[in-house]
Design a binder for this molecule. Structure first.
Ligand SMILES: *Cc1c(COP(=O)(O)O)cnc(C)c1O
Length: 396
C-alpha cells in the first residue's frame, strides 16, 4: 500500500489525474489459457518480478495463484518479502543472484528459494546456513547460451556434485533461460536446448537423481511443448501480451493493463502558436488544444512526443508538442466540445479502437516488456470495475 493511501482525503483523489487500470479477470484468463497448454505434470510459475511488470505484484500473484499458477518468480529479495508480507504462502523463487550472508539470512527468514550460479556462492550459502542450523531448497542455474547468470553448461556435473556434497543445501530444481525464444529463427533455441539436454545427460550418466527441470519463458512455452519440462516460467503472456508476432496464433490472451488520464484544460490556439517546451509543434491553423494530466514522470516516454495518439470518446487524437514531466497536450480539434475531466486512454481500449504496448514499443525501437515496466508508482493501480462513472468516479 502506498503511504498516501492511508490518508482518506488523498485516497479519494486516487484517480483524479492519471492511473493504471488492471483487469484481474484478464490475468486469470491468461493463466488458465497457459495451463490448458501444459500437461498435468507441468507446473506454472507466474513471474511477478518488477512489481509484476508494473501491474502490482501482490494482486497479480494472488490472482495468478487462484487461477492455477503454483509458483511465483521474483528478481529480488525485497520483491519476495512483499509477497510474504501480504500473506502469500506459495513457493517463491528468487531468479536474481544473491551472495551475501545477509541476503541468505533474509531468504531463510522469508522462505524465499534462492538461485545458485557458482561454486563460490554455493560454499557461502552452505557455511552461512550451517551457522544458522538451517537447510534450504536451492535452484541451480545453468548458462546454456544466454551468457547471463548460471554455471557454464559444460561444468554442470561438477557443480551439481559439489552442491550435493555440501551440507544444508537440497537441490529443488535445475534451470536455464533462453536468449532468443521470441525469434522466428529456432537455431539459437535448438542449440541451448541441446546443451541443456547434454548437461542433464551427464548427470544421469553418473547416477545423479534429477530434480525438477525448467527452461521455458512465455515465448518458449508457446513455441514447443517439448520445452515445458516440469515447470514453465511465464511473465509477459500473463499480462496479455504476445512475446512475438509469429506466436499470436497460439493462444487467446486478454489485455490486462490500461493507462488513463483526465483532460485538465481545453483552449483554442491561433494559427502559428507554439506548443510546449522548445516549440516542437506549431499550430498550422486555429486548433482546439487539450491539456492532459500525465507526463514522463508517470512513465510515458518523452521520446513519444509528437509521435503518439490517445483515445478520446473512441477516437484517435494526436498528442502534440514535447511531453512534459506531468502533463502533455493533444490536438483536440476533432472534438470541439471536449470537457475538462473527460478520460483519455493512452494504452488500452476505447470503443472499437485500441492502443497497445507493442505500438509504443515499435515507435520507440524497444520491446513491450520495457513499456509495461516503465509506469511509475505515481500512477495508482486500480482494478477495472472500481471506477464506475467516467467523469466523476467513486473511488474506494
Ligand atoms: C523474466 C524471466 C522470465 C519470464 O520471461 P517472459 O518472457 O516475460 O515470459 C522467465 N525466466 C527468467 C529467468 C526470467 O528472468
Amino acid at each position: 500500500m502506498l503511504s498516501w493511501e492511508r490518508s482518506p482525503s488523498l485516497a479519494s483523489m486516487r484517480c483524479d489525474r492519471a492511473w493504471v487500470e488492471i483487469s484481474l479477470p484478464a490475468i486469470a484468463s491468461n493463466v488458465r489459457e497457459f495451463k490448458r497448454l501444459l500437461s498435468p505434470r507441468t507446473e506454472l510459475m507466474a513471474v511477478v518480478k518488477a512489481d509484476a511488470y508494473g501491474h502490482g505484484a501482490v494482486t497479480v500473484a494472488q490472482t495468478a495463484l487462484a487461477a492455477g499458477a503454483s509458483w511465483l518468480g521474483v528478481a529480488t529479495i525485497p520483491e519476495g518479502i512483499e509477497l510474504r508480507e501480504a500473506g502469500i504462502q506459495s513457493p517463491v523463487l528468487v531468479l536474481g543472484a544473491t551472495n551475501t550472508p545477509e541476503q541468505i539470512r533474509a531468504q531463510v527468514r522469508w522462505r524465499l528459494q534462492p538461485t545458485l550460479c557458482t561454486p563460490q556462492q554455493a560454499l557461502v550459502f552452505s557455511e552461512t546456513l550451517e551457522s544458522l542450523n538451517q537447510s534450504v531448497p536451492v535452484h541451480l542455474k545453468i548458462d546454456t547460451g544466454m551468457s547471463r547468470l548460471g554455471v557454464p553448461w559444460q561444468q554442470v556435473a561438477e557443480f551439481v556434485g559439489l552442491v550435493r556434497r555440501l551440507p544444508n543445501l537440497t537441490i529443488a530444481s535445475i534451470y536455464s533461460h533462453f536468449a532468443t525464444a521470441d525469434s522466428p529463427d529456432p537455431t539459437g533455441m535448438q542449440q541451448q536446448q541441446a546443451r541443456f539436454q547434454a548437461a542433464i545427460g551427464l548427470l544421469q550418466a553418473v547416477g545423479i537423481p534429477l530434480p525438477r527441470l525448467h527452461f521455458a519463458n512465455s515465448a518458449a512455452t508457446l513455441t514447443d511443448p517439448a520445452l515445458h519440462l516440469d515447470m514453465v516460467r511465464v511473465g509477459l503472456a500473463i499480462y496479455g501480451l504476445y512475446p512475438a508476432e509469429h506466436l499470436k496464433q497460439t493462444v487467446d490472451l486478454q489485455p490486462v493493463l490500461q493507462v488513463k488520464a483526465r483532460v485538465t484544460q481545453v483552449k483554442t490556439l491561433e494559427a502559428g502558436t507554439g506548443v510546449s517546451y522548445g516549440y516542437q509543434f506549431i499550430a498550422s491553423k486555429e486548433m482546439r488544444l487539450a491539456v492532459v494530466g500525465i507526463g514522463y514522470a508517470d512513465g510515458v516516454p518523452r521520446n513519444l512526443s509528437n509521435k503518439m495518439s490517445v483515445l478520446v470518446r473512441g477516437q484517435m487524437v494526436p498528442q502534440v508538442g514535447a511531453i512534459t514531466m506531468d502533463q502533455m497536450m493533444l490536438d483536440a480539434s476533432s472534438i470541439p466540445d471536449l470537457q475538462v475531466g473527460e478520460v483519455v486512454t493512452l494504452l488500452g481500449c476505447d470503443g472499437a479502437s485500441q492502443i497497445c504496448a507493442e505500438d509504443w514499443a515499435a515507435k520507440l525501437g524497444t520491446i513491450s516488456w520495457e513499456i509495461l515496466c516503465g509506469f511509475k508508482h505515481r500512477l495508482p493501480r486500480v482494478p477495472v470495475g472500481q471506477l464506475s462513472a467516467e467523469k466523476q468516479p467513486t473511488v474506494q
